[in-house]
Ligand binder design. Structure first.
Ligand SMILES: Cc1ncc(COP(=O)(O)O)c(C=O)c1O
Length: 392
């Protein structure tokens, strides 16, 4: 009898792509750790012939994340950067992208230092003001690529507004939804054509895999990306797909706890004199709090602000004292795991962005970014409190 899948987010997160194994009844589908598949005759197989082209464990993950983002297709990759590179590879020399100026440093690096050599151009603008997007349009523009909230300045772009600009001009709108996860933001519902994630972050959720995924309901785009996935071959390992599928089951629970902890810590940080400036869209003082409240929503309609907070300490020295003074927060690249991490964007995640460029949008040497985990919030607050006390 076919399994009935309920429509709720967590029901889908737990059951889509998670059918019990028909061969043994195992409730958790096995890891198909195989590179190839037996054929019963020349060209006769059961839907899979080689794991670069397709693998059942990968297909399960693709189906599950597509369901959570409200997409009809998911195409998984070996990393977030592999997913983004596959998207760009779908275009051709002479094409032009408009991109949010403050994004993950690797996004900036791959477009300006790799794909520019192949004739794919990009213009970087503050997409939180839609006029900037319109002003950057060129005849060669094919897509608008947005990250919101941005990493690490937490600036918000109006996704429905960008989708409309793109639609009116027959361009594609694409969103890096890594910071929010589909639990807090579903760009396709707001009109975007494509969403991508570094699954390394909240979808994986435990800092133990590297992965990426693209989601879309555009059949042509999906077909093109599946072709690139197979042809270029930056595919994730079956076990990493299995771990990510396992993690999706607790995505809602984790995101709720990341957010509860982040809201409490943001309020605490805002009251500390050592903190010159705080960037968290859940604070009413955030300049785009209203837009964030409108477009970042849990599946049952409550606002979602996520678990990422950045603060300005005032100098490199202060940032260094703070990050070195923390005991529960680990100084490390990455974000979105159950354990709290702290990052110094200027020298770590965003070192690829030239100083002048990053300072223009506020990414100074004094900026510190927290990925708030799901530990006891009182312990996190005490940890930040004692580390901040070293600044004065
Ligand atoms: C917002 C965002 N997008 C994309 C990436 C790239 O993903 P990956 O490290 O899995 O290649 C990252 C990584 O830090 C990120 O933070």
């Amino acid at each position: 009898m076919p399994r009935k899948i309920g429509p709720g987010f967590s029901t889908r997160a737990i059951h889509v792509g998670q059918k019990p194994d028909p061969a043994t009844g195992a409730v958790v589908p096995p890891v198909y750790q195989t590179s190839t598949y037996a054929q019963s005759d020349v060209g006769v197989h059961q839907g899979y012939d080689y794991s670069r082209a397709g693998n059942p464990t990968r297909a399960n993950l693709e189906m599950a994340v597509a369901s959570l983002e409200g997409a009809t297709h998911g195409i998984a990759f070996a990393s977030g950067m592999a997913a983004l590179s596959a998207i760009i590879t779908h275009f051709k020399a002479g094409d032009h992208f408009i991109v949010s100026e403050n994004v993950y440093g690797g996004t900036y690096r791959v477009l300006t230092q790799v794909f520019d050599r192949f004739g794919i151009g990009s213009t970087w603008v503050d997409t939180s003001a839609l006029d900037n997007v319109v002003a950057a349009l060129r005849p060669a523009t094919v897509a608008i690529m947005v990250e919101t909230p941005t990493n690490p300045m937490m600036s918000i772009t109006d996704l429905a507004g960008v989708a409309q600009i793109a639609r009116e001009r027959n361009l594609l709108s694409m969103v890096d939804n890594t910071f929010m996860s589909p639990y807090f933001q579903r760009p396709l519902e707001l009109g975007a054509d494509l969403v991508f994630h570094s699954t390394t972050k909240y979808l994986g959720g435990h800092s133990d895999i590297i992965g990426g995924i693209v989601l879309t309901s555009n059949n042509e785009l999906a077909e093109g990306l599946a072709f690139i996935q197979k042809s270029v071959g930056a595919v994730p390992a079956p076990f990493d797909c299995w771990l990510t599928s396992r993690s999706l089951k607790t995505l809602a629970l984790r995101m709720e706890q990341h957010q509860a902890n982040a809201l409490a810590l943001a309020a605490y940080l805002e009251g500390r004199t050592e903190v010159r400036k705080i960037f968290y869209p859940g604070l009413p003082s955030h300049p785009q709090h209203e837009l964030a409240t409108r477009q970042q929503r849990t599946p049952d309609g409550r606002p979602g602000y996520g678990g990422m907070i950045s603060i300005e300490t005032g100098s490199l020295e202060k940032a260094r004292t703070l990050v070195n003074g923390l005991q529960i927060f680990t100084l490390a690249e990455s974000l979105g795991g159950v354990e709290s991490l702290v990052n110094h964007p200027a020298t770590m995640t965003h070192a690829a962005v030239p100083r002048k460029k990053r300072e223009a949008f506020g990414l100074t040497d004094g900026l510190v970014r927290f990925s708030v985990g799901v530990e006891d919030v009182a312990d996190l607050e005490a940890d930040i409190g004692q580390a901040l006390a070293r600044l004065t």
